[in-house]
Design a protein around this ligand. Structure first.
Ligand code: SF4
Length: 390
């Protein structure tokens, strides 16, 4: 793994209310911890970074609901980044925001902290779908939030939508996609709903209140979105992500290029210096653990819950599964061979031929990539590229 410059993921584990499908590491009863949590993130940076001031080119505030943090807290966190890392002057700094949590005053203050990109959780424009998902906003709130973001100069923004929602039809999905396109976002992320264990939605599925999502309909919805977004000039650069030219999410590109990133905050994951790790999930435990004095050393803080060195087998599987997500870029076969001392064909001889024969992957200009047919069956492809650890 080449570590020329890092990406930082900062997890904000607070929400006002838990949505029906959500299994993220977020808490609705700990909002009082927000200010002290911001200071803990800076303390964690100090532990991880030491005196090295490593270069950073992207920051991503994810959650939870980062837009529940005060601008002052966000400012302190970003000052902490500037103190402990060498933040590139043109760094991409993204904050996830829930449409109902922002107003003009808030967004003005946020834009002054250095945050220069927003990601709004829209999910649907259809009231009955938003109600089923237990989202707290309506689409009018999204329109207002987008207008206010533009007004303060935050015109680089992503909108998230969800397909495969029980009760959603191809027509209602087309309505959501077409309506958000009218807002002219620079980036769109479209996710297929997964019904996670322990969520209210799983309970509703088990007791018959909702029907299981239809995978054929979800495939049709995905295909329709591919067509509509291509017609509107969006580049389908990653399986679930589309961008206007030059507006790809640099932070997420670090993940998909299997690059180095530090995960800071409760429940965050990181991958740097050949180590994968996870931070403790519970915010109170996180705060307590950061009081301890003997940090293990870069890239780990005293709040680490688990970590392991990435061995060659895992690194190869990770490289295949992350880079093949990039639909245009794919995987550079020469770079792979230089890194691992063997070609993709040598490591995956029969598998690779079979996937090519099935028309799921192809090679062009020295790069392996998913074919259009492969986009729809990407999990099957990735499964075949996973190597046994034995
Ligand atoms: S806003 Fe996001 S993180 Fe918070 S409960 Fe809803 S889905 Fe989960």
């Amino acid at each position: 793994m080449i570590e020329t410059s890092l990406s930082l993921y900062l997890h904000i584990p607070f929400c006002k209310h838990r949505c029906a499908y959500c299994d993220f590491n977020t808490y609705t009863s700990l909002l009082d911890l927000r200010e002290v949590y911001a200071d803990a993130l800076v303390a964690e940076m100090a532990q991880v970074a030491g005196d090295a001031r490593r270069p950073v080119h992207t920051i991503f505030f994810g959650g939870g609901t980062p837009s529940l943090m005060s601008p002052a807290a966000l400012g302190r966190i970003l000052d902490g980044v500037r103190t402990h890392f060498a933040l590139a002057p043109d760094a991409e700094v993204t904050m996830e925001a829930n449409p109902g949590t922002v107003d003009l005053e808030y967004l003005t203050a946020v834009s002054q902290t250095g945050i220069n990109r927003l990601s709004f959780g829209v999910q649907s424009v259809v009231p009955s779908e938003l109600a089923l998902l237990e989202r707290e906003h309506d689409f009018a709130t999204v329109v207002e939030a987008v207008q206010m973001a533009r007004q303060v100069g935050l015109d680089n923004f992503n909108l998230d939508l969800i397909y495969g929602v029980p009760g959603q039809t191809l027509a209602s999905w087309a309505q959501s996609v077409r309506t958000v396109l009218d807002l002219d976002p620079t980036h769109l992320s479209l996710y297929c709903l997964t019904i996670e264990p322990g969520t209210p939605m799983q309970r509703w599925l088990l007791n018959g209140r909702i029907q299981p999502p239809d995978p054929d309909l979800a495939a049709d919805q995905y295909e329709l979105a591919c067509t509509l977004l291509a017609e509107h000039g969006y580049d389908h650069y990653e399986i679930s992500n589309w961008a206007k030219p030059g507006r790809e999410c640099e932070h997420n590109l670090t993940y998909w290029r299997n690059g180095a990133y530090l995960g800071l905050g409760a429940g965050a994951h990181g991958h740097a210096a050949g180590v994968r790790y996870q931070i403790v999930k519970q915010p109170r435990v996180y705060l307590r653990r950061l009081q301890e004095s003997s940090a293990p050393g870069y890239p780990l803080s005293t709040a680490v819950a688990a970590s392991h060195p990435v061995n060659r087998t895992e690194a190869i599987s990770d490289t295949m599964m992350t880079q093949l997500r990039l639909l245009n870029e794919g995987l550079d076969l020469a770079a792979f061979q230089a890194q691992f001392g063997q070609s993709v064909a040598e490591i995956y001889n029969g598998t690779l031929d079979q996937l090519v024969d099935w028309g799921l992957v192809g090679v062009e200009n020295g790069r392996l990539h998913l074919t259009q047919k492969g986009w729809f069956l990407s999990n099957q492809v990735f499964y075949r590229f996973m190597l046994d650890e034995a």
